[in-house]
Design a protein around this ligand. Structure first.
Ligand SMILES: [Zn+2]
Length: 428
């Protein structure tokens, strides 16, 4: 059998990843030692520059983009993103690999230093190892392996390290998209190495609608509640309406998008908070509550769409108002994220699935996220439809105490990403 030059290039790149494994692990540990905790957004500048220096060494042109003009960008907590660009023989195709380097607070329950970056028992330990500093390492070392293997690409590879994904990504990935650094007319494919388990390709996420309902009553003496109108009783009517009329409808709807876990294939409603009457810590007065406020988190399906989702809430509140004497309410929209889905048959999905087959010897499964991640900005602001999340680490460990990422996972995901880049950016 005669092997093609392309197959030969792939083999050289896979060997290069093996040779670079220790370096990739050490790089991940170093990243973990930057306590990039969000909120409030610690050590962003230092971490961005550390990634930038690594990218320069790998032949990237590096640029730092700060979020000047945004309220969360301050002298004390500057929002600094880094983007590196390594052009091949042509500008296109351009494959962009993006990872957020902010992490959630460590929280309690750790048996190791969350920011020690310890390596033991084939695992890298610490906050942000799987979500998603190992993913950044996988992106950086996939590109480095291609370079060390001496393979020249027809197209361009870009790698960005961004901030604030854990709080919506507005000073991070959204900013890069708004400034045109990722755009339909320059970016072809985007891979976000979030921890989704190394044999799963994430093709999108559900939508989010956060809203606040306020009910207003009339204050009265607590000994004669019949002379007032209780806003809390009225919020009870709202909750009852949602439970009786909305929840069964949500349970009966199922998306065709492969959302995991299974339960999230239906739309959901969570009551995030509820407050009514006098302040909890204040001195209680003998009064009927004239105000009650609740915040709801409605996750909606691609098939439902935002307009119908909101209209359904309005309809249920209006019906409650018609059926309940003295019922007064206000509805306030707090946040909307539209659902996204990578087109079926995208060359990006195929390239990663081929990589998973070659590296792990099994078929990749397609999943979608019950929550959201930076995919939304890539799809909706930059208009780049070929975007997926694929990276090392086990999803369930994200945000947990004693978070870790397996060294094997890191190496395997690096290989899969390297093969996908070769495929998409034309490695010769
Ligand atoms: Zn993440």
């Amino acid at each position: 059998m005669i092997s093609s030059p392309l197959a030969h290039g792939r083999d050289r790149v896979l060997s290069a990843v093996d040779a670079l494994a220790d370096e990739a692990v050490a790089f991940t540990s170093e990243l973990v030692r930057f306590p990039t905790i969000n909120p409030p957004g610690e050590a962003y500048d230092e971490c961005a520059r550390f990634i930038g220096r690594r990218l320069s060494t790998s032949g990237f042109d590096v640029e730092y983009i700060d979020a000047h003009g945004r309220p969360e960008h301050s002298t004390r907590h500057p929002r600094v993103n880094v983007i590196g660009r390594r052009r091949g023989q042509h500008e296109r195709p351009c494959v962009h690999l993006n990872g957020h380097f902010d992490v959630v607070p460590a929280g309690a329950g750790w048996t190791r230093d969350p920011f020690g970056g310890e390596v033991a028992d084939g695992r890298i330990h610490g906050r942000g190892t799987c979500d998603m500093k190992a993913g950044i390492a996988a992106a950086v070392y996939a590109a480095e392996a291609i370079r060390r293997a001496g393979v020249s690409l027809a197209g361009t590879v870009e790698i960005s390290g961004t901030v604030d994904e854990e709080s919506g990504g507005f000073a991070g990935m959204a900013l890069l998209c708004e400034r045109g650094l990722l755009a339909r007319d320059r970016t072809d494919y985007v891979i976000i190495p979030e921890p989704l388990n190394v044999d799963r390709i994430c093709v999108g996420h559900r939508g989010v609608y956060w809203f606040e309902v306020t009910t207003r009553g009339r204050i009265g003496h607590g000994s004669m509640p019949f002379l007032g109108v209780s806003a809390i009783e009225h919020m009870g009517c709202v909750l009852d309406r949602f439970r009786r009329d909305l929840m069964p409808r949500l349970a009966s709807r199922t998306t065709a998008v492969p959302v995991v876990p299974e339960g999230a294939r239906h739309p959901t409603l969570n009551i995030n908070s509820i407050f009514g009457g006098q302040p909890v810590d204040g001195i209680q007065t003998p009064c009927v509550a004239d105000l009650c406020r609740a915040v709801f988190d409605r996750r909606f399906l691609l098939e439902e769409g935002f307009d119908a989702t909101r209209a359904e809430i309005v309809e249920l509140l209006e019906r409650t108002a018609r059926e309940t004497p003295d019922f007064q309410f206000e509805l306030r929209d707090l946040m909307t994220v539209h659902p996204v889905r990578t087109p079926q048959g995208s060359p990006l999905i195929r390239a990663l699935a081929d990589g998973v087959r070659q590296v792990l010897g099994r078929e990749a499964s397609h999943v979608a996220s019950p929550g959201t991640y930076d995919h939304k900005h890539v799809a909706r602001i930059a208009g780049v439809e070929h975007c997926v999340a694929y990276g090392p680490g086990i999803l369930d460990l994200a945000h947990q105490p004693d978070e870790w990422c397996g060294v094997d996972d890191l190496v395997n995901a690096t290989k899969v990403i390297a093969l996908a880049v070769l495929d998409l950016a034309g490695g010769a």
